[in-house]
Structure formats: structure tokens, C-alpha cells
Design a protein. Structure first.
Length: 152
């Protein structure tokens, strides 16, 4: 069974995340969307809300699960018996950052974890949760950038 973990903050889930999820669904037997919860970090949406948004946005996919974890992504993946980490690539800056993380995770997992990257579909690569939060804070039309189920 091919199990992939898609880790992230998802604060909130965007159409960029959704694009990656939708395209990864046929590639794996099970896709676990896992919210990495860092107690030091301040989020706009509480964990329960972020989980609810992802659940509702992905309910049509029968092989998708939504979960959260604290601590290292590798430890979570090994606990779930996942062989793959899924990440999205928007631009060269993402690539540089993700390259270091992917090598580190493979080393920490003693080569038991491969990171699989999907390129964002054109037209979605400018979207980020931080920009969405900024738009929400200033009363802009954030609905254009997130799945329909994400409403504040
Ligand atoms: P993190 O805090 O780990 O960066 P995010 O929720 O911001 O968490 O992102 C999780 C994953 O989703 C990352 O792999 C990121 O590259 C990817 N991602 C975020 N926005 C987009 C987008 N617009 N298109 C494709 N992938 C994206």
C-alpha cells in the first residue's frame, strides 16, 4: 500500500494546496493531509477549524484522511507507515528550501522516505496562505483564492 503524507500548516487551505491534493489522489492508495502543529507558532485559524476546512474540501476523495501532529514530520510519517512525503513547488525559492528539507528527511528516516514534488498548475502558483491571511485581515475578497468551504 502506497501511503503519502502531505504536511503543512494549511492556515487556511488554499486553491494551491487543493490543486496539489487533487492531482496526488490518483497517485497513492492513501493520502494523509497532516497539519503540523507547532505550539510556539501563532495561527489565524485554530487547529479544529483548519481540520474542518480540509475535511469538507476533500470529502469527495475516498482515499484522503485528515490528521495533525506535533514534532518531526519524519517521526509522524514512520508512525503512519508512509513511504512518501508530498510537497508542492511554486517557484525556485520553494525548490531551494524544499531540497534541503527533503534531503534531511530522507537522512533522518534512513532512506525509508521519499519526497514527491508536484509543480503547481499554472495560475495557482502565486497563491499562499500568508497572502490569503493578509487579504482576510484587510477585508478583501479572499474567496477567490480558497476552496468554497473556507469562509470566515
Ligand atoms: P508550510 O508551513 O509547511 O510551508 P503550507 O501550508 O504553507 O505549509 O504549505 C504546505 C505545502 O503546500 C508545501 O509543500 C507548499 O509548497 C505547498 N503549497 C502551498 N501553497 C501552494 C500553491 N499555491 N501551490 C502549490 N503548492 C503549494
Amino acid at each position: 500500500m502506497k501511503i503519502a503524507v502531505f504536511p503543512g500548516s494549511f492556515d487556511p487551505i488554499t486553491l494551491g494546496h487543493f490543486d496539489i491534493i487533487e492531482r496526488a489522489v490518483p497517485l497513492f492508495d492513501k493520502l494523509i493531509i497532516a497539519i503540523g502543529q507547532n505550539s510556539q507558532k501563532k495561527y489565524m485559524f485554530p487547529l479544529e477549524k483548519r481540520i474542518e476546512f480540509i475535511r469538507k474540501a476533500t470529502e469527495q476523495f475516498h482515499n484522503v484522511e485528515v490528521d495533525f501532529f506535533e514534532g518531526l514530520t519524519v517521526d509522524y510519517c514512520l508512525e503512519k507507515e508512509a513511504q512518501f512525503i508530498l510537497r508542492g513547488l511554486r517557484n525556485p525559492a520553494d525548490f531551494e528550501f524544499e531540497k534541503a528539507i527533503a534531503h534531511t528527511n530522507r537522512t533522518l528516516a534512513h532512506k525509508k522516505l521519499e519526497t514527491v514534488f508536484l509543480l503547481t498548475s499554472s495560475g495557482k502558483s502565486f497563491i499562499s496562505s500568508s497572502i490569503v491571511r493578509e487579504i482576510i485581515t484587510h477585508g478583501g475578497e479572499y474567496e477567490l483564492l480558497v476552496p468554497d468551504v473556507v469562509r470566515v
